[in-house]
Design a protein around this ligand. Structure first.
Ligand SMILES: Cc1cc2nc3c(=O)[nH]c(=O)nc-3n(C[C@H](O)[C@H](O)[C@H](O)COP(=O)(O)O)c2cc1C
Length: 330
């Protein structure tokens, strides 16, 4: 029997799983595969590249997919929002920055608004602007995040929504990579989950070759939150967020030496080296962006197998959970 939640009902999907709009890695092929498998797939609009987005929406074909943007970056290229809304996405997700300037256009287009929140303050802002879905993201996550943990942020946001906006759905993100995480998220009060890291190790992601074997070999201790990957790429991220990635050669060499990395001519040299390492899939000299869930990933699977496996395991756990409840002695 499938898992039924308010998320599956409201979105008309089979499984309560949304794929993260991972910049560069979550293209149309991955998003479509996730939707085809019964979840909701999101294309990673990332820092905003109009031609890339057009290509990836075409790659998704007729599959019902959504898209996500890094909000502070979208503010620099706001015209991309109209381009994406013209594609009638199934949902538009905004993360990292105030969603307020973009809400009117999204609502006017009748598109589901998902806001990713890293703190209670972000969750409150999401409700104020009228988000349909709030994603509570813990710092275990791959990619950028704040300082809160999934296990405390999700139930705190659940309590807040129950009181302030009972119709708003809650999705948990950060460290969820199997059925245990999915079952736990539902128990914490979420209506579903959003997963990124597990799908970096899927056959449909645009993950550079070399990165997936490095993730298979890593455990959950092998990641670190750092700013050096943004410094080298010249991304001016707000200070409340930093990125979680593998502690590889590049990160170990520069973490703690951020001012030296910023200096000319070092920066220009390192940037060129970094981009060429990324393009050639060199997992030691580019940013391998993945969360603590790296320690739970042992094989590259198709998105379909990942979703089916998560749901089957969660169902089994939720059914057998009652074994822990003993009748009280009278
Ligand atoms: C490789 C990678 C890239 C990401 N890029 C983005 C992004 O561009 N925009 C965004 O909103 N979130 C991004 N995220 C974060 C996800 O939205 C999500 O919060 C996270 O993947 C959930 O935690 P998990 O990685 O443990 O599943 C990224 C995550 C990963 C792993």
């Amino acid at each position: 029997m499938p898992l039924r939640t308010r998320l599956t009902e409201r979105l008309g999907i089979e499984h309560p799983i949304i794929s993260a709009p991972m910049g560069f890695l979550a293209g149309g092929t991955l998003a479509a595969a996730v939707s085809r498998a019964g979840g909701l797939g999101l294309i990673g609009g990332g820092y905003g590249d109009g031609e890339w987005l057009e290509r990836e929406f075409s790659a998704a074909g007729n599959e019902r997919v959504g898209c996500g943007f890094i909000t502070w970056s979208l503010a620099k290229t706001p015209e991309l929002l109209d381009k994406v809304l013209a594609r009638s996405p199934a949902a538009l997700m905004l993360s990292f920055g105030s969603p307020a300037p973009f809400v009117a256009a999204i609502k006017q287009a009748g598109v589901l608004l998902i806001c990713q929140a890293q703190s209670m303050a972000h969750a409150k802002e999401a409700v104020e602007v009228g988000a349909d879905v709030v994603v509570a993201q813990g710092g275990e996550a791959g990619g950028h995040s704040g300082t809160r943990s999934t296990i405390t942020l999700v139930p705190e946001v659940a309590d807040f929504l129950a009181q302030a906006a009972p119709e708003t759905l809650l999705v948990a993100a950060g460290g969820i990579a199997d059925g245990r995480g999915l079952a736990a998220a539902l128990m914490l009060g979420a209506d579903g989950v959003l997963i990124g890291s597990r799908l970096v190790a899927s056959s449909e992601a645009k993950t550079p070759k070399g990165f997936q074997p490095a993730i298979m070999a890593a455990d959950g201790d092998s990641t670190i939150k750092t700013t050096v990957i943004d410094i080298v790429r010249n991304y001016d991220w707000p200070g409340e967020f930093n990125i979680r990635a593998l502690k590889n050669h590049f990160v170990s060499a520069w973490h703690g030496h951020e001012s030296s990395l910023r200096e000319a001519p070092t920066h220009a040299v390192e940037k060129e080296r970094y981009l060429s390492a990324f393009n050639s899939g060199d997992a030691e000299n580019a940013g391998v962006i993945v969360g603590e869930a790296a320690g739970l990933i042992r094989e590259v699977w198709s998105a379909e197998r990942i979703l089916e496996g998560m749901v089957a395991q969660a169902e089994g756990l939720l059914r057998s959970g009652a074994q822990h409840v003993r009748p009280r002695a009278t």
